[in-house]
Write a protein that binds this ligand. Structure first.
Ligand SMILES: [Zn+2]
Length: 124
C-alpha cells in the first residue's frame, strides 16, 4: 500500500465528528476527505478503497457494471496524535457548543392581497 503523496493529516486538525476511535485502542476510522465515507486507518494510512460509484452505474446489470475508480483519498497519510480520551473530550465539547446555539428567528413575510378575478373587475 502506497501513500497518495499528499501532506499528512493530523487527527487533531480534523473536526472530532469526522474521527472515530475505540477505547480499546483498536481500529480508528476517519471520514475520507474525498468521498466522505468512513474508512479505517491502518499503518497510519487510510485503507485503499474505490470511490463513489460511476454515475449511471446502477442501470447496468451486476456483471457488466463498471467498477468505480480508486478514490484519490486512498493511502492518505494520517497522524494519530489524539488519545481516545482527548477525542471524547473534543466530541463532548462540540456537542455542548451545538446545544447552546440559539435558533434563528423566522420572520413571516406578509402575503400580498389576491388580485380580483376578471369577472369581479367587470362588476366594479
Ligand atoms: Zn475516499
Amino acid at each position: 500500500m502506497y501513500s497518495n503523496r499528499r501532506p499528512v493529516i493530523r487527527l487533531s486538525s480534523l473536526p472530532p465528528n469526522l474521527v472515530s476511535m475505540s477505547d480499546r485502542g483498536g481500529c480508528t476510522l476517519v471520514g475520507c476527505p474525498d468521498c466522505g465515507v468512513w474508512r479505517s486507518v491502518k499503518r497510519s494510512m487510510i485503507t485503499p478503497h474505490r470511490g463513489p460509484d460511476v454515475p449511471g452505474a446502477e442501470a447496468w446489470p451486476n456483471e457488466f457494471r463498471p467498477l468505480a475508480p480508486w478514490c484519490p483519498g486512498s493511502g492518505q497519510k494520517v497522524k494519530v496524535d489524539l488519545t481516545f480520551e482527548e477525542w471524547r473530550a473534543r466530541l463532548a465539547e462540540g456537542c455542548r457548543q451545538a446545544g447552546q446555539r440559539r435558533r434563528t428567528r423566522v420572520m413571516p413575510r406578509p402575503k400580498p392581497p389576491a388580485a380580483p378575478a376578471v369577472v369581479q373587475m367587470a362588476a366594479r
